[in-house]
Design a protein around this ligand. Sequence first.
Ligand SMILES: [Fe+2]
Ligand SMILES: [Fe+2]
Length: 203
Amino acid sequence: MQAATEQRAKFHHMKDGTVEDWAIIGGEAAQHAKGLCGRLVAHLKLLEGDCGGFPIDRLTHCLQTATLAHKDGKNEEYVVCALLHDIGDTLGPANHADIAATILEPFVSEDNAWMVRHHAEFQGYYFLHHLGLDRNMRDQHRDHPLYDYTLEFIDKYDAPAFDPEAETFPLAFFEPMMERVFAKPKKSMYMGDNEGMYEVAEA
Ligand SMILES: [Fe+2]
Ligand SMILES: [Fe+2]
């Protein structure tokens, strides 16, 4: 339900938009940006109870991956990447890694975004041959500088995180980390020299 006092832009075609219209939209966009972390938490919760044939549900797998990374001393940006790496399972079953990487990319290092984007090819070593596919798909990245970095993510945190008995921290444990990582993008086409709409968000 929209508030009766909510201001709206007046244009019906974008070509007629005015600076006043865009001040309204920019202000709303800034508020919307502040709610990103909450929307991501809600989306992670969609993975709860969805096992897809795996020994544990997809939310528990994400939490367990993040728990392993955290307990191993990885920094919070990395842990948040571990937590969200399979968030795309609901909307992107054919390219779930791309969904997660695209959400994370503005907020994390290029290395972490690359690791998330390509984690599925690296993980495929453990199962693609069972599906009649090439388990060595990851070899296409063998000479990439982030090959070992991504391999570590798979071998230490993602692939082992299907254990119903393993220690798994709750989502609430990771939410403050998410709030900090998603507070403001490192880069965005909506940020210029003056941080664009994110300057409005802080006002
Ligand atoms: Fe995955
Ligand atoms: Fe995973």
